[in-house]
Design a protein around this ligand. Structure first.
Ligand SMILES: *Cc1c(COP(=O)(O)O)cnc(C)c1O
Length: 360
């Protein structure tokens, strides 16, 4: 068996320790005589896992007591629609900051449920920067402000949490949750699909402030209501138990590694290493303004499109996978989530340097 250096954007690399543990527990989890997949979500063992995983996430992120933590389904995409269903009405306004493709999708899915205003966008700059804060036109009547701290496709990341006054700030952190320390108290809600930095697809982690849950209307189906899921401790219906279990192993792994301050420094070093090689190569390029460059997703281009196929073929032969860029942007993309090691990044930059030398 050989494990590749995996730079996939999502679903993405998981820590090897986590996979080995999941493998070892697959037939008999916690002396239950069954896989975690085969047990009731309302049984004592799974309920204990649920409680412990929530506490581990609270410890890692420093989540204050007046926030609920939910483990839901539907992907981040379903929550693009569920957010306005819960926190607004079709005749009310919500502000969206659009810095890439995911922000655009969030607007599109919200439109049936709220007047989604684009309060700022960098579409005119091909999503290569973040619109300066003083140029945003926020509406004080907005029910919330939504943004995407890390745009996975365009490789654009906010380095600070934007100041939006008293309007609740809602963040789609699908591709940067747990990548560095964060002040959760600045947010009304944070949500993230699990398949980038948490675990497997089919699970969405939601962190929501109590006062926002009071807004959830009785008129929506209960399955869509965050208040209902909070009241039922994410067991309103059958959750993705195996996905939740994998997430719980990842949280334990993050704690063992030293928490988000350590992980954040590691992620900064990995990203700096790769951007340094790209910028210094005179061969590769990354179009994003340096102050907005993502630590998690690094799109890059070769000097000629004809080089892309040989680059990917040779990378694959060298055990480097997941480097093909998103179809919307072309080029290459290396995703450097928590589970991607510095050794993998070193292998990648060695390969890139050698490829540039041979084709430059
Ligand atoms: C991957 C991703 C999504 C989409 O997640 P799904 O689980 O496919 O719905 C949404 N937002 C961001 C920022 C992402 O990276």
């Amino acid at each position: 068996m050989t494990r590749a250096c995996n730079f996939s954007a999502g679903p993405a690399a998981l820590p090897e320790e986590v996979l080995v543990q999941a493998q070892s527990e697959l037939l008999d989890w916690g002396h239950t005589g069954a896989s975690v997949m085969e047990l009731s979500h309302r049984g004592r063992d799974f309920m204990a896992l649920a409680a412990e995983s929530e506490q581990d996430l609270r410890d890692l992120m420093g989540i204050p007591d007046h926030y609920r933590v939910l483990f839901l389904q539907g992907g981040a995409t379903q929550h693009f629609a569920q957010i306005p269903m819960n926190f607004a009405a079709p005749d009310q306004v919500a502000d969206y900051i659009v810095t890439g493709a995911w922000g655009e999708k969030a607007v599109r899915e919200a439109m049936p449920y709220v007047q989604a205003r684009i309060a700022a966008t960098s579409v005119d700059k091909h999503f290569t920067r973040i619109p300066p804060r003083d140029a945003w036109s926020l509406d004080p009547r907005a029910r919330y402000v939504h943004y995407t701290p890390n745009e996975t496709i365009h490789g654009v990341e906010f380095q600070e949490v934007p100041e939006v006054g008293d309007v609740p700030l809602i963040a789609d952190m699908s591709s940067d949750i747990l990548s560095r320390p964060l002040d959760v108290s600045k947010f009304g809600m944070i949500y993230a699909g699990a398949q980038k930095n948490i675990g497997a697809s089919g699970l969405v982690v939601v962190i929501v402030r109590d006062d926002l849950l009071e807004r959830c209307p009785d008129s929506i189906a209960r399955i869509f209501s965050y208040a209902e899921h909070a009241a039922g401790h994410s067991l309103f219906n059958t959750p993705n138990t195996f996905g939740w279990y994998l997430a719980s192993l990842v949280f334990k792994w993050l704690k063992r590694e030293g928490g988000l301050a350590v992980i954040g420094e590691r992620n900064r070093a990995k990203a700096n290493r790769l951007y340094g090689v790209i910028d210094g190569s005179g061969f590769y390029s990354n179009p994003v303004e340096p102050s907005a460059r993502s630590w998690m997703n690094v799109p890059f281009f070769l000097p000629r499109v004809e080089l892309e196929a040989p680059f990917l073929a040779e990378a694959g032969a060298a055990g480097l996978i997941g480097l093909k860029g998103h179809r919307a942007l072309g080029g290459m993309r290396a995703s450097l989530y928590n589970a991607v090691t510095m050794e993998s990044v070193e292998t990648l930059v060695d390969f890139m340097t050698d490829f540039a030398r041979r084709h430059g």
